[in-house]
Design a protein. Structure first.
Length: 276
């Protein structure tokens, strides 16, 4: 049955999901948020972890075409898209191709530019990214209207996140972040972690960080990853799935900033303006 779509957005909202290190849940969060958002919107989830494809593995899919074929001109962006549900399509990355890790900024820009040929209704483009301070991540984040930084309750995660935000500010002039705390027990713990980050950020960096919420630690999550069955699809009434639905509901209130042009060509405009 075709789901009812709101299609409330004038232009797609581009959201990068990133974080200071690997293994903190970025890919699972990008996937489950996309699955929650697609219940009322049209979503594309792009696997921007260009060297180590994740999203297709989380979904248990073995795919023939991916972003590297698009960049090499072997197929169109739409040929590499896979329909997961009525509202969600994914664009997989390639795994183990060094050439994809070493893309220059124009090539990275080309990825987003390819979206300008995408004419179907679209509400959200969600980009999952590689861990840490990597050029591709900075470029994707600079291309986005919203940057979600995933954080967990570990001292190293705090220092890595601080370093990431510092570099993104210096090199890409990204000055607004939303922080999502993963693998904690409750909101209280999440806010404590967030306030530790706020203390150092406010003291040393001229950026704004906003608490987005938290995702609880849940063994079901690990099980679902092992089974290659996303929690939101296969354990849709679990605590963690309900949390993703709440977060997605909150995201539907995110508006394009009036100072940015919006649309998918936003990437190149912004990149060019920061490299001049
Ligand atoms: N909220 C959570 N509760 C329990 N385990 C989690 C949670 N979030 C992530 N994980 C586990 O952490 C591992 C790494 O997640 P992943 O999304 O691949 O991280 P990243 O993309 O940051 O490298 C996964 O195997 C997953 O099971
Ligand atoms: Mg990942």
């Amino acid at each position: 049955m075709q789901a009812t779509r709101h299609n409330s957005r004038q232009a797609p909202l581009v959201i990068t999901v990133t974080g200071g290190k690997g293994g903190i849940g970025k890919s699972n969060i990008a996937l489950n948020l996309s699955l929650a958002l697609q219940q009322q919107s049209q979503v594309i989830l792009m696997d921007g972890d260009l060297g180590l494809a994740n999203i297709n593995v989380l979904l248990g899919l073995d795919l023939k075409r991916n972003l590297s074929h698009v960049l090499q001109g072997e197929c169109q962006l739409t040929d590499a898209m896979i329909t997961i549900t009525n509202g969600l399509q994914i664009i997989p990355a390639s795994s183990g191709k060094k050439v994809m890790v070493d893309l220059n900024e124009m090539e990275l820009g080309g990825i987003i530019h390819a979206f300008s040929q995408y004419t179907q209704p679209l509400d959200y483009l969600v980009i999952d990214t590689a861990a840490g301070i990597v050029k591709s991540v900075g470029c994707f984040a600079a291309a986005s209207h919203e940057v979600i930084v995933v954080l967990c309750n570990e001292p190293a995660a705090l220092t890595d996140t601080y370093a990431l935000i510092k570099v993104f500010k210096q090199d890409y002039n990204i000055s607004r972040y939303r922080v999502l705390v993963n693998m904690v027990d409750n909101d209280h713990e999440a806010r404590k972690v967030f306030s530790k980050l706020t203390t150092v950020i406010e003291r040393f960096l001229d950026v704004s960080i906003q608490y987005m919420g938290y995702v609880p630690y849940d063994e079901l999550f690990r099980k679902s990853v092992q089974q290659q069955k996303p929690v939101l699809m296969h354990y849709s009434n679990s605590r963690v799935a309900l949390k993703f639905k709440d977060l997605a509901k909150q995201m539907t209130n995110w508006r394009l900033q009036s100072s940015v042009s919006g649309g998918l060509e936003f990437f190149l405009e912004r990149r060019l303006s920061t490299t001049e």
